[in-house]
Design a protein around this ligand. Sequence first.
Ligand code: ATR
Length: 286
Amino acid sequence: MCEVTRLLGVIGYPIGHSLSPLMHNTAIRHLSLNQVYLPFEVHPDGLGTAVAGLKALGARGINVTIPHKEAVIQYVDELSEEARLVGAVNTLLFEEHRTFGHNTDGKGFLAALEEEGIDSPVGKVAVVLGAGGAARAICVQLLLANAGRLVIANRTYARAVALARSLSETISGAQVDTVELTPLALRDAVCSAQLVINTTSVGMGGSGSPPLPWELIRPDHLVCDIVYRPLKTPLLRQAEARGCRTVGGLGMLIHQGNLSFNLWTGQEFPLSLVRNTLLCRLKDEG
Ligand code: ATR
């Protein structure tokens, strides 16, 4: 019997820095699957052609990354609830001549918290720094998981207001407030919160940390950063110095990948092997 190798991959522009091929191919090899995961650099002008081409070639599934997560929706036949609420797709599944769009980013974030032994966000207050695509995915999932209240702070305040309004309109019972992204404006929110989550790119490459009222950060705050280059961002270092529990961005990266992999293959990542492989790569990068 000649079994056909199944194609998986990721499309983005640019795509060179993606860790997804390493992550998925590590799992594929470990599980001895007849599959391969490839990176494809797809210019925005060619997005529709690329999706149609991958489908025609018999690909099983594709991750979608910046800048295509929103634009790709027009090529999807059916959206998952998360993808619809987030308004973005990070995973395509090709099945029975149809294209399904999922978004595993928010669930990946929650799975990373669970892996660290952090109990559910039910009833908790979260301060979310940032109002871009990642913030939206995390906010949607926190609200679906019955978080008590979200407070969104963003450099461009109008974007925070727009995100809060859209979340309140699309998720029934959602309690979402906004504040300016300054230490002073964040004081009340930080006092009442149990979670502080950075979804901005501040801290990437080790540069700076978001403006927080540090004197109000307590050891019982859980401080999360979605940035994973470096693994320990200045935000996480400062939070650890104040005795907080912290969760870095690597867990979310791995778990959103694992959830995509599960949709395509029905299997789970060997989590510690994938984590160690990524840690080696990131350490080599310096
Ligand atoms: P992603 O999809 O990764 O969330 P994005 O949609 O471009 O990317 O959002 C990036 C987020 O990081 C935004 O909240 C952005 O703030 P603005 O809306 O004001 O642009 C935030 N961000 C990026 N650089 C920042 C900086 N130097 N200081 C504060 N916030 C920053």
